[in-house]
Ligand binder design. Sequence first.
Ligand code: CUA
Length: 480
Amino acid sequence: MDSDRVLIVSPHPLFREGIIRLLGEQAEVVGVVRDWAQAQEVIRDLRPQTIIVDHQHTELKATDLTPLLWPEAEALKVIYVTLAGNQMIVHQRRRITGATEDDLLRALETDDEEELHRTAQKISGREESVPHGRANGGNRMRKILIPVLITIALGASLVAVLGRMNLTPLLGSIQAQRIDNLFTMLFALAAIIFALVIAFFAYSLMAFRRRPDDLEDAAPVQGSTSLEIAWTVIPLIIVLGLGAYSAGILFDISKAATPAPELEVKVTGFQWGWSFEYPEFGVVSGELVLPVNQPVLFKLYATDVIHSFYVPEFRVKMDAIPGIENHIRITPTRVGEYRVRCAEMCGTGHAYMVAPVRVVEAGDFQEWVAAQEAPAVPAEVAPAAVEAGKRYAQQYGCVACHSADGTARVGPTWKGLFGSQVTMEDGTTVEADEDYIRRSIVDPGAQVVQGFPNIMPATYRDQLPEAELDALIEYIKSLR
Ligand code: CUA
């Protein structure tokens, strides 16, 4: 090999002599100086390839590395030799513990970073030799064990807290139980993954933070194929598993109930209300009444834009789309009063697109059906017309916005409306006679009442047959 040009930096004659003798024929000692200051003076003239430094301490400090920043030092190898600790440190964070003379020579012979690194590994018996001053973390177990323990503690407490939080509303249907199981499982899994990320993140921030006097670059990190494979394959398995589990639940809650015959309810969503039709009984209602524990097949329609049929207590949810018939199956399990909420943004009245839901005992349901099945009433018989009008108010969803008992809703109440003086948006007053009520229904934008923004759909002109409109007006007139 070409002999290395070596500069020795040491104030001690014994050290200098020893190194020169050790190198023998294998290197050419081009100079011997006392300290770094002298070394800098001669470095340009002597052009050493390697500097061997008599290092007084067992660890390197950042200031010891300053010579590596000299412009001349670019192709320079600096070897720090410490006699006290029987330790040799080669520049660029290669610390060789327990180095022997042979190792020193071998380090000198090579300019190859890889080779130096391998030498360091072999001698120290460790995979990576760590920069000066930095605790090696000593034990790899601890690096893994601490974050794993944090993960378990944090994950377990999150799951425990979330489990007690009652995040979902009342369980109101058979389908709801399946949905809740899925929800709980997803939440627990998310909590554990969250804990895992936060634990390793927080531990790394604390354990590997920069020490005050540390100006070193971190050790270079090469890619890790096994790590890449692990964090691709594990999430893939999790996601595919969740997909299969969810698909199974979806399949279960979508299939027809086998023993009991299903009750069919046609649901129509419109801007902004709901109408429910029971074809079996010839009943149409603005209120959804269901017998408890009876499987129901809902057929969903929409007249104008996309709406979404959702009763939170039943959990399942389905869009009602114009021109398409959608299906959803629900078996209510709990007698009570709920609400259908439109769950798809559908215009200014979306927030008010609710309809009452009552789950009742089978007997009560039969009674309700019988009451609804009252024959269509001729409009000229006043009391009957009022009854019919009341049903139309339900059926067309009027009651979602207008109360019959003076309760404040989105629209003006009907109680005491007929014959009263109504203040318009522009401050004028109008008497609410029959013409006024009719105009308000067929052309809601024509006269807007003060304090009530005009969100009423203008579609009733087309939806309401004349006889039904008359009956509705009779009903409104009756609410004195
Ligand atoms: Cu209909 Cu939102």
